[in-house]
Design a protein around this ligand. Structure first.
Ligand SMILES: Nc1nc2c(c(=O)[nH]1)N[C@H]1C(S)=C(S)[C@@H](COP(=O)(O)O)O[C@H]1N2
Ligand SMILES: [Mo]
Length: 163
């Protein structure tokens, strides 16, 4: 395959990747990565992927480009009533293989962590392929990046917790 064809296939694959926002959202919805390009892009710093459980160095990762998870959540919206209840929301990011990680509303909207949680569709200036795991959710402020480096992100599930 020529470089141009490979690029076209990568762009095609990227456009087809769909993420659904489900659960306790105001407007549950699906977005495809094509639509991502309509949102402001954010860029992450290069980093070393390292496993939390074993501290194993996996590989160095170049600059990701993507959209903020916060911006996707704001598109789907959170319910304003009962008053203030949205602050008890937990977001579960689920991959195609069932791997899942959590974020709290406060963490995303009221700490610097949220400024660096992105859903990436490009790395080092080229489109991520399905083999590389597009779309990749990445939490850039984490101490050990691998656990919240979720390949093949499929769903964001919102749950308002009760006590
Ligand atoms: N979809 C998905 N993403 C995942 C995981 C997984 O099992 N599924 N494991 C995480 C963990 S714990 C690690 S250490 C790294 C492993 O990265 P690698 O599969 O690229 O070597 O992926 C992270 N992202
Ligand atoms: Mo890991």
């Amino acid at each position: 395959m020529s470089d141009a064809n490979a690029h076209a296939v990568a762009v095609e694959t990227t456009a087809k990747a769909v993420i659904s926002l489900e659960g306790d959202f105001l407007r549950p919805l699906s977005v495809d990565l094509g639509q991502f390009r309509e949102q402001p892009a954010v860029v992450a710093d290069p980093f070393d992927l390292r496993c939390y459980t074993t501290n194993r160095f996996i590989r160095s990762v170049d600059t990701y480009r993507g959209v903020l998870l916060k911006d996707l959540i704001l598109k789907a919206g959170l319910r304003p009533e009962p008053k203030g209840e949205f602050k008890r929301t937990v977001f579960i990011a689920v991959a195609q293989d069932g791997y899942a990680v959590t974020f709290s509303w406060h963490e995303l909207f009221n700490t610097p962590v949220g400024e660096r949680v992105i859903v990436a569709y490009e790395c080092g200036g080229r489109a991520l392929t399905s083999e590389e795991g597009v779309p990749i959710l990445f939490s850039g402020a984490d101490i050990l990046p691998a656990p919240r480096h979720v390949k093949r992100l499929a769903r964001i599930v919102a749950r308002v917790l009760t006590v």
